[in-house]
Design a binder for this molecule. Sequence first.
Ligand code: CA
Length: 499
Amino acid sequence: MTQPNNRSGWRLITGLALAATALTPAHARPDAQTRPNIILIVTDDQGYRDVGFNGSTEIRTPNIDRIAREGVRFTRGYVTYPVCGPSRAGLLTGRYQSRFGFDRNPNGDPADPRGGVPKTEEMVSELLKRGGYSTKLVGKWHMGTHPTLRPRNRGFDEFYGFVEGGHSYRPEETNLEALENSRKPYDWYRTKLIDNGARVHFKKYLTEELSDRAVEFVSRKAAADQPFFLYLAYNAPHSPLQATDKYLARFEHIKDPKRRTYAAMISAVDDGVGQLLDELDRKGIAQDTLIFFISDNGGVVTAETGEQSVADNGPLRGGKSQLFEGGVRVPFAMRWPRKLAGGKDYDRPVSTLDIFGTIASQTGIGARPGRHIDGVDLVPYLKGEKTGDPQPALYWRMFDQGRHAMVVGDLKYYYNGKQAVLFNLRSDPGETKPMPVTDKTLIERLGQLYANWNGQMARQPAFPPLGTWPPKQGQPGKPGANAAGKPGAKPAPPKEAQP
Ligand code: CA
């Protein structure tokens, strides 16, 4: 902001702003143009090319494609980690999750207050609630199962879904009362859902159920003229691979039954996104609703995750659990008709961190004073008011695996635990072969850049890894039985890269 030369004029402007603030009731409807409704749609493990707007011909997603067509498609949109938990922790705080030790998927122990996003962080839901928004999470949480870390203690007025990292899609399989009744990891896939304070049986195919709840919330808030934040976190198309005949019938052209099911799961999400967009149109609020669509990590294309290889991340290399582009570069689109012209591609690197940065800035609420946010406001870049890369460098740390990576413009730095190599993403987006490096100091300098960043992060993960709760028989069940970072604390075996 340029300060007026006339100091008394500046004081006058400041005074008027303060007076206006004082006259605004705490929960008055903020101006729809400056305080848009916000919808954050996240899918789980959807591959880069498994969406129509990134060129899939096998899996049609006409509704999801509307978001990109009527908004902006990010061709180089990155998440902060190649599996669910850490990726979502970065997304929802706007800060690299390694700053607070969220370097792995938590083990789900509801007695352990360390196993999630610490209360010292402000999540986007908390920021928006602070700004007077009505907030709801529909779907998957995964940001902590301890009572203090659950959605309604993290800025969400309402919550319908499940707190762990995955869930069965079939009502008939959900016969466990609660997470606390788990006897072994992944029992929680069979829990009843949580509807605010109640545990409920759901009746439809889970994805349909989540879509219905999302539409109901939007409809109710629009009718009440309340600005809202909807975090619609589908667990599809994450395993278990389950779909209904309605969606499977759309993919008879896909012969592999597992990929066909995965495609059907995405198609069910697409129908839900269509219902949501239609509701915004019906209520006349589409113009002033800012929507983001992302997948939380790349699709599964390698047995390294212990899951079925079903996704297409083409033309990128690798997938979920890896720091190659296929693991961290995801379908990413944004729509805000009031502010942004549609039909644009944005080709510079952006991060899911920037979703927080954009929301904090565009709503005018702002992050907590003095708080460093790693995400930036993308709108000035999308409108051409700012040039250059919004994120001059992006960083990834996989603590347990000893791997890390950076993207600096078109350069990719990848350290595999033994050595660092460089890729030129402009000429070699598939990372097929390392760049020849003539300047021997380049890798060294990039290594130093990473070291500088890493020096700002937590020294080690803040909680034990997935697979350490519930305890095996004969082991103590109290929290801390597998303390994070202690010598001998083993990194998660490959299967536990889920979810
Ligand atoms: Ca995921």
